[in-house]
Write a new protein. Structure first.
Length: 133
């Protein structure tokens, strides 16, 4: 996984999932727009744009792109064009459904999750979460 500063105030996070990138249903991220704004936030699966995320106001918040159906991708990318000097992203999550219930506690109604890929960088972190369908 990597963070790249591109030209014209555009930055991109590439989350390399490899074989673990199956059944992806959602991409979400926590942002702090008060620190700086974004003109756009686009999401890509294997370099094909799959949608965009937006935020409202300046509070720290979670934003997400829920997909119409599960997809498979070796790489999920988030591209952000900032309006000022900074845009704060504290976490990026790629969420996938799975039929595997091996991590489910027997007495829990909460679907099991497993972190199978991650990225930690300055102001950015990313994980892939597998969730039981």
């Amino acid at each position: 996984s990597s963070w790249t500063n591109l030209t014209d105030r555009v930055g991109r996070v590439d989350i390399e999932l490899g074989d673990a990138g199956t059944g992806i249903t959602k991409v979400r991220m926590q942002v702090a727009p008060e620190i700086g704004g974004a003109e756009y936030i686009k999401v890509y699966a294997d370099d094909k744009e799959i949608g965009a995320m937006t935020y409202e106001g300046t509070d720290i918040q979670w934003i997400e792109l829920a997909l119409d159906g599960p997809i498979d991708a070796e790489t999920i990318s988030v591209e952000i064009k900032i309006t000022d000097m900074f845009f704060m992203v504290s976490e990026i999550e790629v969420i996938a459904e799975t039929a595997d219930d091996s991590s489910a506690p027997e007495d829990s109604s909460t679907p099991p999750t497993a972190v199978i890929a991650g990225l930690a960088a300055l102001f950015v972190s990313a994980v892939l979460i597998k969730k039981k369908a």
